[in-house]
Design a protein around this ligand. Structure first.
Ligand SMILES: Nc1ncnc2c1ncn2[C@@H]1O[C@H](COP(=O)(O)OP(=O)(O)OP(=O)(O)O)[C@@H](O)[C@H]1O
Length: 564
């Protein structure tokens, strides 16, 4: 017998509470009211009432699969979940204001408005460059699904959102900036993603709400990317020291901006996130924003499309520490560069810290405007070189210790000798090698390691390539290989494709460009977007975690069987 809506939701909520962080449950799931469980059209559908449009968008983008699974288990058969926004009078004051009449920042007519015309919401700053009284931006949110787009459509129109009028940026009724979708956006020119960016929608109103939102901000950072886990060597000493100084006193060193550059897999992102993690943990900066240039661009494009540039800009202008990864992808994107230029100036003038990463020296990034280039070069540019043998061994020791794997020093040294190109490859070899011995239940001796490395370091001998991965992922999701290479935007296909791209990046040494070409000639930014999307979803989506882990072990079996 089909349970009532409230029984089904109660059971589902109990299960969700076991898998999701309590704070997440309190903030996002507890306020939900079950409205109806209908069985009219075939499979049952549970309708849930959510306090705000933003809440719907957030639930859909972050927890949709978990919720649907928990609800299906509670009902006893596959059950769809739909959401309805609560009537205006039942919405919490601050949030309702935000998504309703007076809380949103005024929209701008187009991207070409001059900066002078823009409402500046730069926060006031104290000596340390930290904001004391200014409003805070809200937490990045995610909106990846077509469902997420529906939720966006439920939000008030620009007219409605501004009808209350934007007040003075310093007055008590200052419109608080809303959050662009930092977690998941696609760029406007792209047609092959099922996901869509979400516009700034919400606010961090009460202290509790704010702290919850900032807690979630941390979810975009890898907790293991810390200074403690970053092995220092000659090749990265300057970059690491400067990054550490910046993390300790954002905005107060001469390194503003600090730009760290270097080749693939050499630790730029690790260092950038170590700065963010440190600043958050030690409270040296309150509002820490970490974003890839690709995502920044996508958000900007989306904000232009939806006339929400002011909110977009305001959100970034209120960071105490803004970290932008992969700034080389700003190349040739004139409007994005212009917007970033103004944000940069605003932050810099207000003593806020900017940290940038690039894959090459700023002067070699093609298509960057002169004025932005000169800003990049204002502070300190520090490069990261390939690690020397001793550093590579130390990195392997650190990774082995972290994963609690016992590997003899001679094997670690052998790996470090054979793989000198990038640290990601180094780690990958260690992981694969240890998986090999675990699967075969034997010890990892020098001979086994030698044989494995011969196979995996000889040119073209890598047993695992993008084709294998595409095939395996298609098989796993019961799709055709051609589906993954197609332009289909069907949710199941699009997600499987993103997973395949993610695995290609994780398990092979192929570049983003190369991976894109394996998926029917897609752009590298599509692959980066897919990679980051899956990386972020993995933090909370247990079903996705299971899928990826099953796929990884299938692929590893396949790789191992062909290498031995
Ligand atoms: N010095 C180091 N100590 C410990 N781990 C490191 C070090 N350098 C790189 N790594 C590890 O190598 C992997 C790749 O690093 P990361 O993603 O930061 O590289 P990247 O330079 O940003 O690469 P890409 O240009 O491809 O984005 C990560 O798992 C990171 O932890």
């Amino acid at each position: 017998m089909v349970p009532s809506a409230s029984d089904a939701w109660r059971t589902a909520l109990r299960d969700l509470r076991e898998t999701l962080p309590e704070r997440t449950v309190q903030n996002w799931l507890d306020p939900i009211q079950p409205l109806d469980l209908s069985t009219d059209e075939g499979s049952p559908t549970l309708t849930l009432q959510v306090p705000t449009p933003f809440g719907i968008q957030y639930l859909r983008s972050r927890f949709q699969r978990s919720i649907r699974q928990a609800v299906s288990e509670a009902v006893g058969e596959p059950t769809d979940v739909t959401y309805q926004v609560a009537p205006e009078e039942e919405r919490p004051d601050e949030i309702a204001t935000d998504s309703g009449s007076s809380g949103s920042a005024p929209d701008e007519p187009d991207a070409s408005s001059s900066p002078q015309d823009r409402p500046s919401s730069a926060p006031s700053s104290d000596q340390a460059g930290r904001s004391s009284t200014s409003p805070r931006p809200s937490e990045p949110v995610s909106s990846s699904s077509p469902a997420g787009r529906e939720a966006i459509n439920q939000s008030p129109s620009p007219d409605a959102s501004t009808s209350g009028g934007a007040s003075s940026p310093t007055g008590p009724t200052t419109p608080r900036p809303s959050s662009p979708d930092v977690a998941d956006v696609s760029d406007a020119g792209r047609t092959d993603d099922a996901s869509a960016p979400s516009p700034p929608q919400t606010d961090a109103g009460s202290p509790d709400e704010r702290s919850a939102l900032y807690e979630q901000a941390k979810q975009h950072l890898r907790p293991e990317y810390t200074f403690d886990e970053f092995v220092e060597g000659d090749g990265n000493r300057l970059a690491r020291s400067a990054a550490f100084a910046v993390a300790q006193e954002p905005g107060s060193t001469n390194y503003n901006p600090l730009l760290v550059y270097g080749g693939v897999g050499l630790g730029k992102t690790h260092l950038a996130q170590a700065v963010a993690n440190y600043a958050l943990e030690h409270n040296t900066a309150e509002r820490v924003l970490y974003v890839s240039s690709d995502r920044f661009t996508s958000q900007f494009v989306q904000s232009v499309r939806e006339n929400r540039i002011a909110a977009f800009s305001s959100y970034y202008r209120q960071a105490d520490l803004l970290i932008v990864d992969d700034v080389q992808f700003f190349g040739e994107k004139e409007k994005t560069q212009e917007e970033f230029f103004h944000i940069f100036n605003d932050l810099h003038q207000n003593g806020k810290q900017i940290f940038l990463c690039a894959d090459r020296p700023p002067a070699e990034i093609p298509g960057i405007e002169e004025r932005l280039l000169s800003r990049f070069q204002w502070g300190l540019s520090a490069d990261i070189q390939r690690p020397d043998l001793e550093t590579r061994i130390a990195i392997l020791q650190r990774k082995a210790a972290r994963q609690d794997i016992a590997v003899s020093p001679d094997v670690l040294e052998l790996i470090a000798q054979r793989i000198d190109s990038n640290v990601r490859q180094l780690e990958g070899a260690l992981t694969r090698l240890t998986a090999l011995v675990q699967l075969d239940d034997r010890t990892l001796d020098l001979d086994t390691a030698r044989r494995f490395l011969r196979e995996h370091t000889d040119e073209g001998a890598d047993a695992l390539n993008a084709d294998d991965i595409i095939e395996q992922v298609a098989e796993y999701f019961r799709l055709e290989k051609g589906d993954l290479l197609s332009r289909s935007r069907k949710q199941t296909v699009a997600q499987a494709r993103q997973i395949a791209m993610y695995l290609c990046r994780e398990l092979t040494d192929e570049s983003y460009d190369h991976i894109g070409s394996r998926f029917g000639g897609r752009d590298h930014s599509t692959v980066i977007h897919a990679y980051r999307k899956i990386e972020e979803d993995l933090e909370s989506d247990t079903e996705l975690q299971d899928d990826i882990s099953s796929l990884q072990s299938n692929l590893q079996d396949r790789s191992l069987s062909s290498s031995l």
